[in-house]
Design a protein around this ligand. Sequence first.
Ligand SMILES: Cc1ncc(COP(=O)(O)O)c(C=O)c1O
Length: 403
Amino acid sequence: MNATSISPQSLAIHGGEPVRVTLLPYGRQSVDEADIRAVVEVLRSDWLTTGPKVAEFEEAFAARVGAAHAVSFSSGTAALHAAAFAAGLKPGDEAITTPLTFAATANCVLYQGATPVFADVCHDTLNLDPEQIGSKISARTRALLPVDYAGHPADLTPILEIARRHGLVVIEDACHALGAEYEGKPVGSIADMTVFSFHPVKHITTGEGGMVATNNLQFAETLRRFRNHGISSDARQRQSAGHWYYEMVLLGFNYRLSDFACVLGLQQLKRLDGNLTRRREIAARYLAAFSQIPAVIPPAVQPGVDPAWHLYPIRLDLEKLTAGRGEFFRALRAENIGVNVHYIPVHLHPYYRSQFGYKGGEYPVAEHAYERLISLPMFHAMTEQDVEDVIAAVSKVANHYAS
Ligand SMILES: Cc1ncc(COP(=O)(O)O)c(C=O)c1O
């Protein structure tokens, strides 16, 4: 492009001024000085792992999500694996899930030697469509695995109703949805088991970490054993009871979360409500701005739902644009907006294609959405200026490519 034709309104990808000087990431943790002091204190204590902070974090977490039990894990993925085990998934079984998720959701079914079966998503929320589940149920189906995509709870009432009718366990992947509400109830209090992640881009972080919330004591006991080699007691329980004897009663793993990670989680949990309020404010600002841009479709919110807004995935109306998603994405990146895409539908990953013969076209709603999705920055520490920058960049790029 000729240098004389570059104006501040030219897209940065064409040599114009970017909206921001530095890259705004799509998600980011917030760790404060009090968090650091609390972690250091535990590092100086007797217990680095499976000490008092594990139980304290689990109790506070269970209370916050309205569940009778919460069991911590070394990651959300480990928590999903444990939930798949506790649900009794084994070779020959099937579990029905959404293709529009992070691969870990379906992988946990594979870890158990069972088969993930996908059902397409609703066009509006992009969550597992209850109406698509029926035709996927077979004599082998044992579990349903809905995901709360972007922090919007899956449609749990019809999903639980289907599960009860067919004797299935519902494992809700709520890795995006800590603090979300569905029909007035907190996510974590509704499904048979609800799985959370504490990866740094999530609402609260422990570095790596995860949790399963459940109201079922038997599931909770199995989950606790599974994360500790299948052993029936932990080292601290044995020390306080003054005996050494233990038995391994099932084949488990070491999926424990350390005491210093749990104290970080405890600290972060205190700020969850503030974080959710901020994310909801940002979502409201985005909605007001993007409703004015014809080519941008903001995420839908079902009545009776209060999403937790882990992500803010817009969809492009490609018929109203002269550019495809790829160019639109690159143009936003050039403006220093750290956009992302969530997700490549799981069945389209090379591993799933080669193992199960997927070719594309099997889940048209998820695939159509995938080609149009762009996740905008969404995290509680975003400043007003950050929010303005995202809106300015999306408007600038959408205006440029408006057809
Ligand atoms: C929907 C979903 N499920 C599971 C996971 C896995 O969580 P973790 O990264 O804590 O293992 C993630 C992580 O990003 C996720 O987004």
